[in-house]
Design a protein around this ligand. Structure first.
Ligand SMILES: Cc1cc2nc3c(=O)[nH]c(=O)nc-3n(C[C@H](O)[C@H](O)[C@H](O)COP(=O)(O)OP(=O)(O)OC[C@H]3O[C@@H](n4cnc5c(N)ncnc54)[C@H](O)[C@@H]3O)c2cc1C
Length: 462
């Protein structure tokens, strides 16, 4: 029996084969034991795996980096990793569109794009994910002028249960392309993705502590006034850590007070992220898990020692922070204006319940996009995320906070913990029924799914 820990390690095992395999997601609470775990080296090999699975009546799940917090990528029969289908396939330099193998990891993209002077338009806060994995769950960063990854997709290659590839774009089969941009792997296997890229850019990062009430009073304005704005609030404290990132072209100076921002030494930046953001956090949450009463004072001390800082670095280095301390997460996408009220309610609830919560709330935003199942589809969005250390039970905290987020019109992140079912999701997405109908047409036997995705799309196998 070989062990495949996609979420847990930088997996070096590329061996394919039958026999029970063990899959665990990054947070460690999702487990699966497929009889086959395959890592095809080509689309032809993948096609054989897909048609064999179809002939055997097996269900097949594609896994990226295993970074989803739910069983969305887990499979009981066949699991497939596209780690070997990675790298650049083609570059359309005039249009700045780059076609990648779907298994390309986000962390590898900056070096791949560097020779072309290009970059991804926006990113989330980590980079181990596979491109297709990130796109398929509507992964996003922050910035009211920027969409999540799915909004930058300009083309896809999708393999159906017959092992055949379809080229999808706004020109080729636009209806399928439209719906396949966020599809949780239930429409088939994405083998290539084409992304609209942008000229490479630096970010000037300003990290500052602000008062909770003062920030919430001006939050929507603050988000509209920045290229990228997010904040973290540690429960039991009165202050927040804000991160404001301003885009500048390489070699150009920043506007106004940012003109003098120094380029931060890459290693110093990394050291800071490792020691301050991970090392200190680990100590705090480990202690908090053992002595819950210690959490409020620890959080207050942690907030009081955070120093304001301003620095400049390539965009991808600023966006991303390694996450060494493992947690479970729930995140909801709210209508933009509803965010501040929901955050206040969450704070009141945490205080009223007397919970000790060591991990911060994370608040971000995104532009509206036109991707049918994107969490920001058709509306400007404020994202609110809650986290719980893996050694602590998240059930009650997430359940109660989820009620608040749903009451404010929230849509759950497709890769994070939630309890929504098909009937509720259909109310949140105007094109939900179209998506389900497309799935039935492309994959009538529902082979690209599992019990979890069935609960989301209300489907059962024939
Ligand atoms: C530490 C951490 C930080 C995170 N930060 C952010 C963040 O900043 N912003 C955010 O929005 N999310 C964030 N997430 C969530 C994460 O981005 C998503 O869950 C994402 O889907 C994970 O990518 P993955 O490659 O691990 O995909 P997996 O979790 O392995 O798979 C996700 C889905 O994609 C499907 N899939 C993968 N590859 C293919 C393919 N080739 N064809 C078809 N379907 C495919 C899978 O079947 C599954 O349904 C974070 C998660 C973690 C653990």
């Amino acid at each position: 029996m070989s062990t495949v820990q996609s979420g847990r390690s930088e997996r070096s095992d590329r061996g394919s084969g039958r026999g029970r395999h063990a899959f665990r997601n990054w947070a460690g609470h999702v487990h699966a034991h497929p009889h086959t775990f395959a890592c095809p080296a080509s689309a032809e090999e993948l096609s054989g795996i897909v048609t064999d699975a179809a002939a055997a009546g097996d269900r097949l799940r594609i896994v990226g980096a295993g970074h989803s917090f739910t069983p969305v990528a887990a499979g009981d029969d066949v699991m497939v990793s596209l780690d070997a289908l990675s790298g650049i396939v083609a570059v359309d330099e005039p249009r700045m569109r780059v076609r990648f193998g779907a298994g390309t990891r986000l962390r590898d993209v900056p070096a791949l794009l560097e020779p072309f002077g290009l970059a991804l338009e926006n990113q989330g806060d980590v980079n181990p994910q596979a491109l297709a994995g990130a796109i398929s769950t509507s992964t996003h960063g922050t910035g009211i002028g920027f969409t999540g990854f799915a909004g930058t997709v300009t083309g896809l290659s999708l393999m159906g249960p017959d092992g055949q590839l379809r080229a999808l774009s706004a020109e080729a089969d636009p209806e399928t392309f439209d719906l396949a941009r966020v599809s949780l792997g239930v429409l088939g296997v994405i083998t290539e993705v084409e992304l609209q890229c942008v000229p490479a850019f630096d970010l000037i990062a300003e990290e500052k502590v602000a008062g909770f009430d003062e920030l919430l009073d001006g939050l929507t304005k603050r988000m509209r006034g920045a290229d990228h704005f997010e904040f973290y609030w540690f429960p039991h404290t009165d202050s927040v850590l804000t991160k404001t990132n301003t885009r500048v072209g390489p070699g150009q100076s920043g506007p106004g007070h940012l003109a003098e921002a120094g380029v931060r030494n890459r290693w110093l930046n990394l050291l800071d992220k490792e020691v301050v953001e991970n090392g200190a956090l680990r100590l705090a949450v480990e202690l908090g898990a053992k002595i819950p009463a210690a959490v409020p004072p620890i959080n207050r001390i942690a907030q009081s020692v955070v120093a304001d800082r301003t620095y400049r670095a390539p965009g991808h280095d600023v966006f991303v922070t390694p996450r060494r301390v493992r947690f479970n997460e729930m995140e909801y996408a709210l209508p933009f204006a509803a965010g501040p009220e929901a955050i206040r309610e969450i704070r009141e609830t945490i205080e009223a319940k007397g919970w000790s919560i060591s991990f911060p709330l994370e608040v971000r935003c995104a532009a509206a996009d036109d991707v049918p199942l994107s969490t920001a589809s058709g509306r400007e969005t404020m994202y609110i995320a809650v986290h719980r250390f893996i050694k602590e039970d998240f059930a009650e905290y997430f359940r109660v906070i989820e009620e608040i987020l749903c009451r404010h019109g929230g849509r759950p992140h497709w890769g994070k913990i939630h309890t929504r079912t098909a009937a509720e999701l259909s109310e949140l997405y105007p094109r939900f029924a179209d998506f389900c109908a497309l799935r039935t047409r492309l994959d009538p036997e529902a082979m690209f799914g599992n019990r979890f995705t069935d609960s989301l799309f209300g489907l059962t196998r024939r």
